[in-house]
Each structure stands twice: as structure tokens, then as C-alpha cells.
Design a binder for this molecule. Structure first.
Ligand code: ADE
Length: 251
């Protein structure tokens, strides 16, 4: 099913980068996803096309006005009646891979990218269904965040990845980090490919990859393992990784 994105942004030109990208550009070119851009400046009624104003209560920076955003969202809603509206902001719900999978299940999204200090809270109350953050840091606008979400979501859609590729094998899709990857030559600068990968033993390769994914998650992101839990088989693999890791440190 085709996924429709409508983005409300003062900088529609920035989104060209998505169309130039390999995977995402191709997916959009093939009709797996559609991108429509709405500039709130086109929905102003004054000659100076003003979209921002000083904050009530004082302080630095400017706030995006309700009316141009409200009218731009209304136009996007009329064009995409099945879509929900999401505002990108550091105050939003933190998006991880499971949320990206949920987002990919909807027919479409109207993404609101803010600028300046943010948007008038009444616009959020009146027009926004969800508020999303891509991480605990502050960007200078929501555009990059909207592009991050679109990239992460579009590559999950059926037909987005090329032949033989699959998002099912992605790191994070099973709550673990990815295993290490290697390509030719078998040895370079004194570093060899792990022998199991050139053994031709597919069961052993699969087992090694699981071991590495579990081990790296344990080393780098123990918080993910804590949340996820382990099967008995995975616990045994991880114990094997920990033992050999320990040996490496001592020996
Ligand atoms: N806009 C500014 N910072 C952001 C963030 N971390 N996530 C989503 N939107 C943002």
C-alpha cells in the first residue's frame, strides 16, 4: 500500500535531498511513497507573509503563529483525509524502531516541521494528533527530524528495498544491534575475516551472527537487553560470548 507524506515546512527545498537518495528516492520514484510539501508562508494573508511573532511573556526568539500553520494543515488534510498529523519536537514521544514500524502501518502522515522557538501551543492543541522526538537533543528545525522519520519508515514499506534486501534483518528490528559485516578481500592490513564466515557452514554462520548481535548489544547497549529479555538459547549464546570476551581480556 502506498504511503503518503505531507510535510508542512517553511523550507520545502530541503526535502529534495530525500528524492536524491538511493533507497528513498527510488521508493518515491516507484510510487511506494508519495511526498507533498506545504509552505505555511503560502497561507498568510498579509503582504509581508509573516509566519512568526514575538512570544507572549517575553524572552528571546520567535514563535510560529497559529493561522498560517492551521490553514496549511487544513489544506493538507483536505488532500490527505486518511492522514494523521504529527509535530516534530524535542518535547515529543521518543521514536525508536518499534514506533517506526507502527508509523509505517498508517496510510499517511502530515508532518509539521517547526522553526524558531517552536509553535504556538494552541496550534498543537487544535490541529496535532501526535508529537514526536527523534532524540534528546535540539535541532534548529523539525525538517531534519521529519526526514529521519520518513527515511526510517519508507525503507520498511513493501517494495522499498531492492531484490533480496529486507528490513526484517535490520539491526533493532529484533531489539538487538547488528552483527559485524565483512566483504572481500579475506585479509587486509593484517586483519582477517572471521573464518566461520568463509566456512560455507550456514548453520554455524547464523549461530555466529546471533552470538555477535547478542554480545555487541550486551557490550554497547545493555539497556536494550534489559528491556527485551532473552530466550534460553540466547542466554546460552551470550554466556559463550561473555566467556570468550573474558578470555580475550585476560589472555
Ligand atoms: N525539532 C527540534 N529538535 C527535534 C528533535 N530532537 N526531534 C524532533 N523534532 C525536533
Amino acid at each position: 500500500m502506498m504511503m503518503r507524506f505531507d510535510v508542512v515546512t517553511l523550507f520545502p527545498g530541503l526535502f529534495r535531498i530525500l528524492l536524491d537518495d538511493g533507497v528513498i528516492g527510488r521508493a518515491i520514484g516507484r510510487g511506494v511513497a508519495e511526498l507533498h510539501l506545504w509552505n505555511p508562508r503560502d497561507f498568510t494573508q498579509d503582504p509581508h507573509r509573516v509566519v512568526d511573532d514575538r512570544p507572549y511573556g517575553g524572552g528571546p526568539g520567535m514563535v510560529m503563529k497559529v493561522a498560517p500553520l492551521r490553514d496549511a494543515i487544513a489544506a493538507a488534510r483536505a488532500a490527505a483525509p486518511a492522514s494523521r498529523v504529527a509535530y516534530l519536537s524535542p518535547q515529543g514521544r521518543l521514536l525508536r524502531q518499534p514506533q517506526m514500524i507502527e508509523i509505517a502501518r498508517q496510510p499517511g502522515w502530515i508532518l509539521l516541521a517547526g522553526r524558531y522557538e517552536g509553535v504556538d501551543e494552541r496550534l498543537i492543541e487544535g490541529c496535532v494528533d501526535e508529537e514526536w522526538s527523534i532524540g534528546d537533543y535540539v535541532l534548529s528545525g523539525g525538517e531534519l527530524a521529519a526526514m529521519v522519520v520518513m527515511d526510517a519508515v519508507i525503507r520498511l514499506l513493501p517494495g522499498a528495498l531492492g531484490h533480496g534486501e529486507s528490513a526484517v534483518q535490520d539491526s533493532h528490528s529484533d531489539g538487538l544491534l547488528d552483527w559485524p559485516h565483512y566483504t572481500r578481500p579475506p585479509e587486509i592490513d593484517g586483519r582477517a575475516v572471521p573464518p566461520v564466515l568463509i566456512s560455507g557452514d550456514h548453520a554455524a554462520i547464523e549461530r555466529w551472527r546471533s552470538l555477535q548481535a547478542l554480545g555487541r548489544t550486551w557490550q554497547r547497549r545493555p539497556d536494550l537487553l534489559q528491556q527485551r529479555g532473552l530466550s534460553d538459547e540466547e542466554r546460552a549464546l551470550l554466556e559463550e560470548f561473555v566467556r570468550s570476551h573474558h578470555r580475550d581480556e585476560i589472555g
